[in-house]
Design a protein around this ligand. Structure first.
Ligand SMILES: O=C(O)CCC(=O)C(=O)O
Ligand SMILES: [Fe+2]
Length: 367
């Protein structure tokens, strides 16, 4: 049977023979290190926004704002995405990741983003067009390379929402591709559209709470810049756990995450890593860098990461992003940040990643 995972050992075989050359993990990168607590993220019932009682509507909107300021993360239930659609989407995700690695590679899904062979953090916002990518810190890569049993790597696949010709489930694969990973257009499109609607609605609530028109973020956002990312974190049976996705903040306005029940997502709260307890009914929402800049630091784009687990894990993230030429200014004066476009922001991230190995983010744009 053809392997659905990257040919890791072929590329990293040399490391197996020289394990002493590998750096050890820093203690604060370990799960069992200084830092672990499990938390129940603020849980918000979105039915509150539809209540006939105006007080309930206000309370719900305030809870969204409070969580966005204090945590940068929250969970929502009664979010309007049907269990059926979620189930179908997960099925499509599995199908994609199970397809042979060579097939995914031959369909250009790995173009420009499949960087596991490079000791460099992938810019988590650089996903446009059809691709599979892998999120591993250099340490994680090396650690995984030492694992004789697990020639697997976390992978993720992204697609542009508005341009199916650039998506992996499209028919527009290279003419020489003999086979294609089969994914249902309908399910992916319905899922992306529903996530987009939810993300826009939440962005509207957050904008209104700062005294702005609810459409203000929506007007800046562009479907061609929004994307879905499908993540697969292979099981990693060896202790201590390692990063499946290194610490980062999301660059766009807002992210909605749909995770399975395995767990592994952690976020920074009061200078500690806390693990997010999976909740089957809920979707996770987090604030991205642009919302933090727009809100002049009222809403927080919080660092998060994923630790590997003894079981494999899947997640799907929808990123609400503006067009590249949208100017992001602060909604309040005096502004803490220079005005910048999303294009400039991403360019700066790319430069930082290539020169210093990691994203610096918003602090580059402080006044
Ligand atoms: O898989 C997860 O839980 C988080 C994914 C994530 O943070 C991302 O894709 O930016
Ligand atoms: Fe993220």
């Amino acid at each position: 049977m053809m392997d659905s995972n990257p040919p890791l050992l072929h590329h990293y075989g040399a490391l197996l023979h020289h394990p002493s050359s590998l750096p050890s993990l820093e203690s604060n990168q370990r799960c069992g290190g200084l830092v672990m607590e499990e938390c129940q993220l603020p849980l918000i019932d979105l039915n509150g926004l539809k209540s006939h009682d105006v007080r309930e509507r206000i309370e719900c909107a305030m809870a969204i704002s409070k969580a966005s300021s204090e945590w940068g993360f929250f969970q929502v239930v009664n979010h309007g995405i049907s269990p059926e659609l979620l189930k179908n989407m997960r099925r499509e995700q599995m199908k994609l990741f199970q397809s042979p690695f060579e097939l995914k590679a031959s369909c250009r899904l790995l173009n420009d983003s499949y960087r596991w062979g490079i000791l460099k953090l992938l810019d988590p916002t650089s996903s446009r067009g059809p691709k599979l990518s892998t999120f591993l810190s250099p340490r994680s890569q090396k650690k995984l390379a030492m694992d004789k049993t697990g020639n697997q790597l976390p992978q993720s696949a992204s697609c542009c929402q508005d341009d199916p010709s650039r998506c992996m489930w499209s028919t527009n694969f290279p003419p020489n591709a003999k086979q294609r990973p089969t994914m249902s257009h309908e399910v992916m499109e319905e899922f992306a559209a529903t996530m987009s609607k939810l993300a826009r609605m939440l962005a509207g609530v957050l904008a209104e709470n700062l005294g702005h028109r609810k459409e203000v973020i929506e007007d800046t956002c562009d479907e061609s810049a929004c994307f879905l990312r499908l993540n697969h974190y292979p099981a990693y049976p060896v202790s201590p756990e390692i990063h499946g996705l290194v610490p980062h903040t999301d660059s766009g306005f807002l992210t909605i995450l749909c995770q399975d029940q395995v767990g592994g997502l952690q976020l920074m709260k009061d200078f500690k890593w806390v693990a997010v307890k999976p909740n089957e009914e809920a979707l996770i929402v987090n604030i991205g860098d642009l919302f933090q800049a727009w809100s002049n630091d009222v809403y927080k784009s919080v660092e998060h990461r994923v630790m590997t687990n003894k079981m494999k894990r899947f997640s799907i993230a929808y990123f609400l992003c503006p067009s590249y030429d949208s100017l992001i200014g602060s909604c309040r004066e005096p502004s803490m940040y220079k005005k910048f476009t999303f294009g400039e922001y991403r360019k700066q991230i790319r430069e930082d990643v290539s020169k210093i190995g990691h994203k610096v983010g918003l602090s580059r744009f402080l006044l």
